[in-house]
Design a protein around this ligand. Sequence first.
Ligand SMILES: [Zn+2]
Length: 254
Amino acid sequence: MNKINTTVLAIGAHPDDVEFLCAGTLALLKNKGWNIHIATMTPGDCGSATLSREEISCIRKKEATLSASMLDSGYDCMESEDLFISYDKKTLTRVTRLIRKVKPTIVITMSPSDYMVDHEMTSKIVQTSCFAAGVVNVETDNVKAYDKIPYLYYMDPIEGKDKFGHKIEAGIIVDISDVITIKEKMLAAHKSQREWLLQHHGMDEYIIAMKTLSADRGEEIKKNFAEGFRQHLGHAFPQDDILKSELGEAVHLM
Ligand SMILES: [Zn+2]
């Protein structure tokens, strides 16, 4: 059997989504020897009430790079714009190109059902790009087609619920209690967002909100902190659960 390429690519809509929703699982994979790569669709260009789009984008890409470096991860931004992430050829080509370059065995992305369209659109774009990466006639600036379709997992939506307020049930819950500190440090690297949320939403609880969501999932498996996922099992995608085979007892199948 060929040894698998142990690379996982996590693609969030905005800087900090990956930290909120799957950094613990990334840290566990890192501990098992996996290479981590993090990307965001936008640079978070609307994440400030006082700075210009250019200024805040520059700050947030630096913060995302710092956070990613805590898992020795590279960081890429797809340069879409906050609130305008579009399912179009340009965007799909960029993400397909990223997948072909990184060659991940696992891809993790946003929930297909979430509180904002940027998140849902990212989910659709990544789904198609995982498939397109192997389609030879999809051209991506001389980066060759990938020879497989990666395992695809969707993270929990923010607050664990869809836009109707219904709870999204996870098929897979990963115990991240041992790595909650690194998850917290990665999220805290997004200093500007933490400050912006305080001004814009009056929410002084950036870290607490992350811990609350993680604790809620943890409660379902009687652990302190956890992250929920659903696996994409549509036609042509891998059907076995590689998170379970790689992370063993930390992974609870619901
Ligand atoms: Zn987001």
